[in-house]
Design a protein around this ligand. Structure first.
Ligand code: AHG
Ligand code: MN
Ligand code: MN
Length: 333
């Protein structure tokens, strides 16, 4: 098999579609290198003293795990000096991180969830890193949070790394979705899946069922119909898979279809869902749409939402497009 490295892929993409100028290529390669470093730490586990929690909380009021902070540091340090970015933002930082004055300033903005699936870190279950790349607005002099608040449709690239039995990087720059597997011996990313496609229909769903009593009526109805199986209104049996790492659940869906849901519920109206728009929902929506799937908040396309703050939360329904259409339709009724 002829091996195509991430670098070769990016160079050839640029020749083909003119969508990956050198600065963006550098950005993607630096993010990919950071994910390699994070993967290395994740893989050491107790031997690297990286498991467990810290005493700090992030801006979302969640207790930070050691690996949340380590991964955030790795991404910040790797991406500061290359001259490709104007600023970064992260789940683990309340405010944006402008590139320090001592480095040249680039034209891109990088947003990330450094470690997704934190509750799975200590139990050796797949976790990941999610990232989204935006262009800094024309004429921007000093980056501010406002500059990040662009709808997901304006992303120029998005991707995630999944740290599972294999470490893989899934990437889109707007011309389909490709998957690279980390060759641990060589330390290189090798293209292993081209043009990933999510089947439009599925018999598999993913949702945290323990929240069911809090769901709104359309979600109750939809999931009840799935559970009713072949004698119910959907006339087929559905299976459930829930990993509680969005990266791992989305990765399964990209490979064999399915619908992933994290709805808003009736507990706290100031908290519309759990997942964050800028660094979880938008990048995943971009990837899923590029693979022929769909992603909505129950009412509209996620990538059309105009963000109003960096850490804004959003309900998420994504995956196989026929199922996303059904549950989105129930919200409209
Ligand atoms: P994070 O670890 O970045 O805070 O995100 C975890 C998210 C997501 O990965 C997952 O789908 C969801 O939280 C699971 O949450 P619950 O177990 O609370 O339902
Ligand atoms: Mn997350
Ligand atoms: Mn996280």
């Amino acid at each position: 098999m002829k091996r195509i490295s991430l670098t070769q892929y990016l160079v050839e993409e640029q020749r083909l579609h003119n969508t990956i100028p050198a600065e963006l290529r550098l950005l993607i390669e630096v993010v990919a290198r950071s994910c390699k470093t994070i993967s290395h730490s994740v893989g050491k586990g107790a031997l690297g003293d990286v498991l467990g929690a810290l005493e700090t909380e992030n801006v979302q009021g969640e207790v930070q795990k050691k690996l949340d902070v380590i991964s955030n540091e790795i991404l910040l340090e790797a991406n500061e000096w290359g001259g490709h970015l104007a600023a970064m933002a992260s789940e683990e930082m309340e405010t944006i991180h402008p590139i320090p004055n001592r480095y040249p300033m680039g034209e891109y903005l990088l947003v990330f969830d450094p470690l997704d699936g934190s509750s799975n870190i200590d139990v050796n279950v797949s976790i990941g890193t999610i990232f989204s790349v935006l262009k800094a607005p024309e004429g921007m002099v000093t980056p501010s949070e406002q500059d990040f608040l662009q709808p997901g449709a304006q992303q120029v690239a998005a991707g995630y790394a999944v740290y599972g039995p294999q470490t893989q990087l899934v990437l889109t720059t707007g011309h389909g979705v490709n998957c690279f597997t980390l060759d641990r011996e060589m330390g290189s990313w090798v293209l292993t899946q081209r043009g990933m496609q999510i089947p439009p229909t599925t018999k598999e769903f993913a949702i945290n069922m323990s929240n069911s009593r809090h769901w709104h009526a359309p979600v109750q109805r939809y999931v009840n119909e799935l559970l009713a199986g072949d004698t119910g209104p959907r006339a087929k049996n559905f299976n459930m898979r829930w990993i509680a790492s969005m990266v791992a659940d989305v990765h399964r869906i990209l490979n064999r279809g399915g619908i992933f849901m994290y709805p808003a519920d009736m507990r706290d109206t100031s908290m519309p869902g759990k997942l964050r728009l800028m660094y979880e929902a938008n990048p995943m929506a971009f990837i899923v749409e590029q693979a022929g799937g769909a992603a909505t908040d129950g009412k509209q396309r996620i990538m059309d939402i105009q963000p109003h703050k960096l850490h804004q939360r959003v309900p998420v329904f994504l995956g196989s497009r026929d199922e996303v259409a059904v549950v989105t339709g129930y919200h409209a009724e």
